[in-house]
Each structure stands twice: as C-alpha cells, then as structure tokens.
Design a protein around this ligand. Structure first.
Ligand code: HEC
Ligand code: HEC
Ligand code: HEC
Length: 380
C-alpha cells in the first residue's frame, strides 16, 4: 500500500510542520478503510452549469442562486468562460459569492479531494485556509503536487473566487483527515497509482468508469486513449501533466483498466455473493432490501443518514422530487427507484455524473430491486 498522506507533497509553512510530521507518521502507519470512498468516487457534474459571466458588473446583477441555468444544454467546453475581466474580481477580494462557490465546490468536485466542507479527504483541508483568491487561482491553473489542473473553460477565475469566499466562511478543521483508501500493496500497480494520483477521488477503483465509458460503448481502453484524456480531458475532468502522471505510469493505469474491462466482459466483478440473502428474505422485504444494500455495496455510495457520499443519500428520497440533469424533475416513486437501480444511467440526478453507479444488468433481479425500493421507503 502506498498510503500517501497528502502532507507528503506539501511544501509546508513552518507553522504547519508539526502537524505534517504527525500526519506523515499517521499516514505511514495507518491503512484505514474510509467507507465513504469505498467502491466509487464522487462524480463531478457533467452538465449544464457553466461559469457565470465574469466581471464585477455581471456579479452584481446576478442573484446568488442563479448560477445553473436549468435550461442550458450540456456542451463541450463552455465558450463563455473567458477569464478576461476576472482581474477585477480578484482585486475586489471578499466580493466572491459564497453561495455560488458552494454549488461549484460540489459540482466541479473539489470536494472529492478537499472534503465536502473543506475538511480534507484526498488532499489537505481548505476550509478557513486564509488564502487569497489570487493564491487559489494560481493553484487551480498551475497546481503544485498531485492536484490536477483546471482550465479557464472548466472553471472561471470568478468561480474560483466564489469558492474561495465560500471556504473562508467555514471553520478551519481542528485536525487533518488522513488520506485513506482500501488499496493495498498487493493490488495491481495501476490501481495503486489511481490512489496515489487521486483518480480515486472521482473514479474509485475505476470499475464504474471502465464499464460505462469503455465496455458499454464498445471502446478499447489503451494507453493512447488514457493519455489523451489525462493531457486534454474531454470536459470536466482536470488535466494531469507529464510530471504528475508520467507516460509510463499512464501505461500501467491503462493495463489495469484493461484487466478491469476484461473482467467486466466476463461479468465477474460487482456480482454480489449470494450469502445472507435467504435468511434476510424471511424477515420481510424491507429487511431483505437492507441486506441487499450491504451485499451489493449500495451503502458504499449512498448514505442512509443524509450525509454526502458518492451518490445521493437514501434518506428522505422516497416520495421526494428529484431534479435531474438536463433540467427535468421526477417524483421518486416505486417505478423511478426501480429504474434507477436497474438502469442507473436512464436518468441522472442533477449535479451527479453518469457512469459512476455500476450497472448490474441482469445481476440484480426484479425481486431484489423491489426489496431495495421497500428498504429505501423506510428511510424517512
Ligand atoms: C484530485 C484531487 C484534487 C482535486 C479534485 C482538487 N484538488 Fe486542490 N489540491 C490537491 C492536492 C494534492 C493539493 C496539494 C497538497 C494538499 O494541499 O494536500 C491541493 C492543494 C490545493 C490548494 C492549496 C495550494 C497551496 O498553495 O497550499 C488550493 C487552494 C486548492 N487545492 C484548491 C482546489 C480547488 C478550488 C479545487 C476545485 C476546482 C481543487 N483544489 C480540486 C488535490 C486536489
Ligand atoms: C476531479 C475529478 C476527476 C479526477 C481527479 C480524475 N478524473 Fe477521470 N474523469 C472525470 C470526469 C468528469 C470524466 C468524464 C469525461 C470528462 O468530463 O472529461 C472522466 C473521464 C475519464 C476517463 C474516460 C475517458 C474517455 O475517453 O471516455 C478516463 C480513462 C479517466 N477519466 C481516467 C482518469 C485517471 C487515470 C485519473 C487519475 C490520474 C483521473 N481520471 C482523475 C473526473 C475526474
Ligand atoms: C459506485 C457508487 C454507487 C454504487 C455502488 C451504487 N450507486 Fe446508486 N447512485 C450513484 C450515483 C453517483 C447516483 C447519481 C447518478 C445517477 O443518477 O445515476 C446514484 C443514483 C441512485 C438512485 C437515484 C437516487 C436519487 O436521488 O434519485 C438510486 C435509487 C440508487 N442510486 C440506488 C442504488 C442501489 C439500490 C444500489 C445498490 C444496488 C446503488 N445505488 C449502488 C452511485 C452508486
């Protein structure tokens, strides 16, 4: 296991050195399983949200809640996100719009590495970090260490300023959260690299990604395809430079993804083991559903207490109105839930990303899906 504490890549200020020393020791000694990161990763938002207009005048006329235009159609790179006037906003520090920043913090998945509330996760905490918007912009464009870079088309300087404003409203965490994954030294080199390079924060062990993007689309994953994505990502994935992920490392990751693809084609992975289903079934459908939720690993991505994980929480889901990518909304009734379970990519929940939730296909029966729906109903 290469447990890299995020501290090891940080060039620390002297006040942080004590913490960092402690952290490296913890990092070296601990191999924790962080349930929240288990099989998947937090998806980045794919769709409609674009950077709001730049410049102080635009910011002034724009209500805090108006950032995502519900009718906007997903495009490739947003054409409007030129950073030209952002200097104005940076200079007027404190003018960042925290509500807008909060939304983008989740949607561009900064939270995947820095934590939902900036408490730290696969990278150091950002809440109350006291840094200027200008510092943040520099980091996002030309990152130190293992943080991938975001282009101005992916995130405008204005939005970074807003995120900075949001994070400064949150309390600085009292202690650091060490980076943890379930990856161990006996795992394939490519998987270890996915943890070390924090691909894990967005893609988990890569299984959902490989299935949705390659197996299901009949595409081959090759080193060339992977390198293209790393250096010039299609849409909202930040880019990795050749020093962050070398070509040789990319080849190792691609090899690992090839073995995943082969295993998925042979339909060995994500198939639940049949243990515990029968005794649970006797205790009623909802209870059987709870058993399935553990067995299929649903609870690795869906919390039952309202907390944020890779997927939306199950708590209060039944009967609620769910906003979808593309602007529509739907009532979470039995039919919707069953469809979401059996055809995860049929409808995508707003600000989540398609292809993260595994499509179990015939690996999950109607009866099992119905039991899961009954279980979700009990989570009010
Ligand atoms: C894939 C993981 C990852 C993602 C996603 C990510 N970061 Fe980072 N970030 C890092 C790492 C690694 C560092 C450097 C060491 C540390 O702080 O842990 C870092 C450091 C930073 C720093 C501190 C720079 C310094 O000089 O100390 C800022 C500010 C920052 N990130 C902002 C952001 C913002 C804003 C986003 C979303 C647009 C984001 N990060 C997304 C991994 C990530
Ligand atoms: C901050 C989140 C994030 C991180 C970190 C991240 N990715 Fe991605 N990745 C995405 C998103 C979002 C997509 C979907 C396509 C897009 O929008 O670019 C994607 C797509 C991909 C694809 C599919 C490309 C295709 O041709 O369809 C591959 C392969 C991939 N990522 C590999 C990686 C690897 C390897 C790493 C680590 C070195 C990594 N990603 C880190 C968010 C991330
Ligand atoms: C690797 C992470 C992951 C796993 C494992 C997973 N899901 Fe999901 N799930 C997601 C994500 C991400 C979404 C949101 C995107 C979408 O709509 O597909 C989602 C969406 C859903 C929704 C719609 C939720 C809503 O708010 O409308 C339901 C219901 C659901 N999942 C049930 C399940 C069940 C049941 C299982 C186990 C059989 C499961 N999921 C396993 C990640 C996961």
């Amino acid at each position: 296991m290469r447990t890299k504490s995020y501290g090891d890549v940080r060039s620390a200020t002297s006040q942080r050195r004590g913490q960092l020393l402690a952290l490296s020791l913890i990092g070296a000694a601990l191999l924790l399983v962080l349930a929240a990161c288990a099989p998947g990763g937090s998806p980045a938002a794919p769709a409609a949200e674009q950077a709001k207009p730049t410049g102080a005048a635009a910011a002034a006329t724009q209500p805090a809640t108006s950032a995502p235009a519900a009718t906007a159609v997903p495009t490739l790179l947003p054409a409007t996100a030129t950073p030209a006037k952002d200097a104005v906003v940076v200079a007027g520090q404190g003018s960042g719009d925290a509500a807008n920043g909060k939304q983008f913090w989740a949607q561009r998945n900064c939270k995947g590495c820095h934590g939902d509330n900036g408490e730290g996760k696969f990278a150091g905490p950002r809440a109350g970090d006291g840094r200027s918007a200008a510092d943040w912009i520099k980091q996002v464009r030309t990152p130190r260490a293992n943080m991938p870079a975001y282009s101005t088309a992916q995130i405008s300087d204005t939005v970074i300023t807003d995120m900075n404003a949001y994070m400064q409203t949150l309390p600085k965490p009292a202690s650091l959260t060490p980076m943890t994954t379930t990856v161990t030294a006996s795992d394939p080199a490519g998987l270890q690299l996915m943890a070390e390079k924090r691909c894990y924060a967005c893609h988990g062990n890569g299984q959902g990604l490989v299935k949705a993007r390659f197996v299901d689309q009949n595409r081959e994953i090759t080193t060339e395809v992977l390198l293209k994505q790393l250096r010039t990502p299609a849409r909202f994935m930040p880019s990795y430079s050749a020093t962050q992920v070398t070509d040789a490392q990319a080849a190792q990751i691609a090899d690992y993804m090839k073995t995943l693809a082969a295993a998925i084609k042979a339909s060995t992975p994500v198939t639940p083991t049949a243990t515990a289903a029968t005794p649970a079934a006797a205790k009623g459908q909802a209870e059987a559903g709870m058993g399935y939720a553990k067995q299929f690993g649903c609870v690795g991505c869906h919390s039952v207490d309202g907390s944020a994980m890779a997927g939306p929480t199950f708590k209060g889901l039944y009967g609620s109105n769910v906003d979808l990518e593309g602007g529509a909304s739907v009532k979470a009734d039995d039919a919707y839930l069953q469809e979401s379970i059996q055809k995860p990519n049929a409808k995508i929940v707003k600000s989540f990303f398609a292809g993260i939730m595994p499509d179990l296909g015939s690996g999950i029966s109607d009866q099992q899906a119905q039991a899961l729906v009954e279980y979700i109903k009990t989570l009010r």
